[in-house]
Design a protein around this ligand. Structure first.
Ligand code: FES
Length: 160
């Protein structure tokens, strides 16, 4: 269960408004900056934006759902994309994926409760020579084996 710090949300929203003012015309920039902080837009955050701007919540929601760049589903600080294209599939991508599911305790499309990791699959990322490939944020990891998964995750956990 994801727990959100409502006081932090209030502070972060107020801080973003200091940059843009409470100008509804700058709502996209406001939501973009907030998503940069949280990696997604929780309901509590949209409510706070609505409360502080006076823009109806339905309108704030409308903007947040209209643009694909915004996510209303939890997203981790690190988005792990396992390539399941043909070359990676042949070299064991699904075994790597299964091990990632085990280590993280989540399924594809889900995010860990500590909001550190989101697990996704993608098709060929254009690095077939390195198969199987796992992309974490923008960093490509090649020749990943199930045995390397635990230390890879540990490495990212320690980076925070
Ligand atoms: S199939 Fe995975 S990088 Fe091409």
């Amino acid at each position: 269960m994801i727990e959100l710090d409502l006081e932090k949300i209030k502070r972060d929203v107020a801080e973003v408004f200091e940059r843009y003012g409470r100008d509804p015309a700058r709502m996209i920039e406001i939501l973009q900056d907030l998503q940069d902080i949280y990696h997604w837009l929780p309901k509590e955050l949209l409510k706070e934006v609505s409360r502080q701007t006076g823009v109806p919540l339905t309108r704030v929601y409308h903007m947040a759902t209209f643009f694909k760049a915004f996510s209303l589903k939890p997203r981790g600080k690190y988005v792990i994309q396992v390539c399941t294209g043909t070359a990676c599939h042949v070299k064991g991508a699904y075994m790597v994926l299964d091990q990632l599911k085990n280590v993280l305790g989540i399924d594809v499309g889900e995010t860990t409760d500590d909001l550190m990791f989101t697990l996704e699959t993608v098709n060929c990322v254009g690095a077939c020579a390195l198969a199987p490939v796992v992309v974490i944020n923008d960093y490509y990891h090649g020749y990943v084996t199930p045995g390397k998964v635990e230390s890879l995750i540990k490495e990212y956990r320690e980076q925070q």
